[in-house]
Design a protein around this ligand. Structure first.
Ligand SMILES: [Zn+2]
Length: 133
């Protein structure tokens, strides 16, 4: 589920509204003080429902990736090749996403990335690009 058109429902609405404004949100559990991603209505660590939205820094490091050269599912067909990736957010959670703006040969494990947003289909999807720092 890299960047397919996401399901937006009442629960995930704040996440997508923030994305449309260029902000990445993660979920923070008040009970055990841990964060998680993707967003869940309860904490995956302690099952507490005392979980709130919190802004993420948008910084991440590259954990692993796969260059996808063929995908017949819309909207991917027009977009190949693309870099399907798993990144470690600075806050800890691991996130499935896509790396953009980086030649395949320059991808490196643990390279520093920052969040960017790709608009389309009425939804802005968080993707990551090399951090210019
Ligand atoms: Zn918890």
């Amino acid at each position: 589920m890299t960047a397919a058109t996401p399901e937006v429902d009442a629960f995930t609405r704040p996440y997508w509204d923030a994305a449309a404004e260029g902000r990445l949100l993660i979920r923070h559990c008040t009970a055990c003080d841990r964060v998680h991603h993707y967003p869940r209505e309860f904490c995956p660590y302690c099952w507490s429902e005392d979980v709130t939205w919190r802004p993420a820094s948008g910084r991440a490091t590259l954990y692993t990736w796969s260059v996808v050269h063929r995908n017949d599912l819309p909207p991917f067909g027009d977009r190949v090749p693309y870099v399907a990736a798993v990144v470690d957010l600075a806050e800890g959670p691991r996130m499935m996403t896509e790396v953009v703006g980086c030649p395949e040969a320059e991808l490196r494990i643990e390279m520093e990335l920052c969040v960017a947003f790709r608009a389309g289909d009425g939804v802005s999807v968080p993707v990551f690009r090399p951090d210019p720092r």
